[in-house]
Design a protein around this ligand. Structure first.
Ligand SMILES: [Zn+2]
Length: 316
């Protein structure tokens, strides 16, 4: 069983060792700032684990569980810091989950690391030895596979790409820095750009959803698909920033492949042509730089949960 807790959504799957999904569930995250750090997250994981176990008819305590979380996760399962899930920062999540005695926790780590493992074993990166996973959602997550191994770093926190600073004068980030990559290339970035454009008198033909006070990233992608040039221009700008950050990562890690996934996998797919066109010009040496492939995750937003399940089952 794998459960992927994101900044906005929770996804859970039960899968076979070969990656075939036999049950899946998806719910919305509740950020309960009032409770003890991590309590809301742990309750959510336990609740989803029992719902999934009921669906497949196997007790949750008999299903090896892997959990992916959005932030820096230490090797012993403590959420060190989560910019987009601050109610769980500094909580010993693995210890808290085990204390419930309602799950069989085998792996707990960063969500994008789980997604990287999934795509490397059973997805877009099958057979590729060195790849970088970039997950686009509320923010940007990252996973690194080098020499067929997940790179977690000294503290378990490697691959926090979203908070790589790409513009020191850029907008404030919840992490405390300014101009982090995810301010320019994530779900929140698309929203920010769309709402700024609207404040400047553009995109005024965009209807707001009922009950919504602001445009969402989804509104922009739908409008772009429907032919809005202004919406397309926002996505092109996001694609350029995405390519800029990817070029930085390529310079550091030299992967053969960069996989784009996360909750905005569909958005990434619609940017792929722009990205492929922009990236070579941003790499060191330009056309002299070896080609780096760009692909969209085969398992879309389910990659994190499926990767967590594969890690729990000892398949990765
Ligand atoms: Zn940041």
């Amino acid at each position: 069983m794998g459960i992927d807790v994101g900044g906005t959504k929770v996804l859970g799957v039960v899968a076979h060792h070969d990656g075939t999904v036999v049950a899946s569930l998806r719910t919305t995250v509740v950020h309960d700032e009032g409770s003890r750090p991590g309590e809301a997250l742990v309750a959510h994981v336990v609740e989803m684990a029992s719902a999934l176990s009921a669906e497949v008819g196997i007790p949750a305590t008999s299903l090896p569980l892997g959990v992916g979380m959005p932030g820096m996760v230490s090797h012993d399962g403590r959420m060190l810091y989560a910019p987009n899930f601050q109610s769980a920062s500094d909580a010993p999540i693995a210890e808290m989950l085990r204390a419930t005695q309602r799950v069989d926790l085998r792996y707990l780590g960063n969500d994008a690391d789980c997604a990287a493992v999934c795509e490397h074993r059973v997805g877009a990166g099958r057979g590729v030895h060195d790849l970088v996973m970039v997950t686009l959602g509320t923010g940007i997550g990252g996973g690194i596979i080098l020499d067929d191994r997940l790179v977690r770093g000294a503290h378990g926190a490697a691959g926090e790409f979203g908070h790589m600073v790409v513009d020191i004068d850029g907008p404030d980030c919840p992490c405390g820095a300014r101009g982090c990559w995810e301010r320019f290339a994530s779900g929140r970035a698309i929203e920010r750009m769309a709402n700024e454009a609207q404040a400047q008198g553009h995109l005024l033909d965009f209807p707001l959803r009922e009950g919504a006070s602001e445009l969402s990233g989804e509104d922009v992608t739908m409008a772009a698909r429907a032919g809005s040039k202004e919406a397309r221009a926002i996505l092109d700008e996001v694609a350029w920033w995405l390519a800029r950050g990817i070029a930085n990562l390529v310079g550091i890690l030299d992967p053969a492949l960069v996989v784009l996934g996360g909750g905005l996998s569909d958005v990434a797919a619609s940017m792929l042509d722009t990205l492929r066109a922009e990236l070579p010009g941003l790499l060191e040496g330009g056309t002299l730089h070896p080609n780096v492939a760009l692909e969209v995750a085969h398992h879309g937003e389910a990659a994190g949960a499926l990767g967590a399940a594969l890690l729990a089952g000892g398949c990765a």
